[in-house]
Write a protein of this length. Structure first.
Length: 354
């Protein structure tokens, strides 16, 4: 595997101008999508079969827009192929868990369109699940499999903790990135510097909160907001005052209203006021409409099978004009602590040199 070194620059200001790579926005053209097959019995318990069905449904929905590669643990490839069907490619690699937004590489492009993958460290969201050593290694294995250069980083970072506009702006949450179970030896300044160095961003917007109920990831930003275009952010803004995030998401909105992006543009805010709670295995779980995947020509959105699904799909569709919006039932995935975005990772299209 080839490794692409980056300069160790002394401060974020220098990094802003010197990073040769940048992370493209999720709506940029994709070569394909990566997913991982769920097999962790101690996480899913009695809903394991249900969640396999939902993962397969998501894979087929995404495959309607772009190629999907499903990574299965050794010995589970045949099951994944049978459940997902012929439109999904299955490969076997060692895995502990199935949340590729967080354990797969974050792909970046340089000015010539050459692609690389940033291999951040992974510690199972603050060592919440064991073992996690295979998931910490899988990013490098995937880059080997894909033949893509690796950019190593010793920083712990999950892809669900960030959203980027592809033009220099990154949004994250203090609740997650400053949590002491991730990078206790790094200051906020040092975390910003690493994001700038590895992902080519020049401005980091810190929201105070992720979801209060999101104890699994400690408040990933993909439960709170997502860039939909340069200067446009879709946010969760529950309209029920009894919702646990009613005040928290309004505090996030105030931060976004008061700031500009890396190109000094004010942010247009699209609100998703709808919320969906469903019972799964005796627990009430929230299906987050914000936890969607943007594919080539489409948006695949988790839904709960409730009347408010259609309203949420319409709002999200308005934020992505020209894309087909597809809802996929994801209650069992929500039971495990995530949504469609959490189980997918896009591979941006490399651009050949002129």
């Amino acid at each position: 595997m080839n490794e692409t070194p980056l300069m160790n620059l002394p401060n974020p200001t220098m990094r802003k101008t010197m990073s040769p790579f940048h992370m493209p926005a999720e709506w940029s053209e994709h070569e394909g999508c990566l997913m991982a097959w769920p097999t962790r019995k101690d996480l899913w318990d009695d809903v394991l079969d249900d969640v396999k069905g939902e993962y397969a449904d998501v894979a087929r929905a995404v495959a309607g827009f772009e190629p999907v590669t499903m990574v299965a643990p050794p010995g589970f490839g045949a099951e994944a192929r049978a459940r997902c069907g012929e439109t999904v490619t299955v490969v076997e690699l060692p895995l502990d868990d199935s949340w590729f937004r967080d354990s797969a590489p974050l792909f970046v492009l340089d000015g010539d369109g050459r692609r690389a993958g940033v291999d951040f460290r992974f510690n199972a969201w603050g060592r919440k699940h064991h073992p996690y050593d295979a998931d910490d290694r899988v990013s490098g294995l995937l880059l080997d499999h894909l033949g893509i250069d690796r950019i190593p980083s010793d920083t712990i970072l999950e892809g669900g903790a960030i959203t980027v506009d592809g033009e220099g702006t990154l949004i994250t949450t203090e609740q997650c990135l400053l949590h002491p179970n991730r990078n206790p030896g790094m200051s906020r300044y040092e975390i910003e510097a690493e994001l700038m160095s590895r992902l080519g961003v020049t401005k980091v917007i810190w929201l105070p909160y992720g979801g209060l109920l999101d104890t699994e990831t400690d408040g990933h930003v993909d439960g709170a907001c997502a860039f939909a275009a340069p200067g446009k952010v879709v946010i969760s803004l529950p309209d029920d005052p009894a919702h646990p995030d009613y005040a928290r998401m309004r505090a996030n909105r105030a931060v976004l209203e008061a700031t500009t992006d890396a190109r000094d543009r004010p942010l247009e805010i699209v609100e998703v006021p709808h919320s969906a709670f469903v019972a799964v295995a005796g627990d009430e779980v929230e299906v987050s409409y914000l936890n969607y995947y943007v594919a080539n020509g489409g948006v695949v959105v988790p839904v709960a099978g409730l009347p408010q699904d259609e309203d949420a799909l319409a709002v999200i569709g308005s934020a992505y004009p020209g894309r087909e919006v597809v809802g996929v039932r994801a209650a069992a995935i929500a039971y495990g602590g995530g949504g469609v975005h959490c189980i997918t990772q896009q591979i941006p299209q490399a651009r050949p040199r002129a």
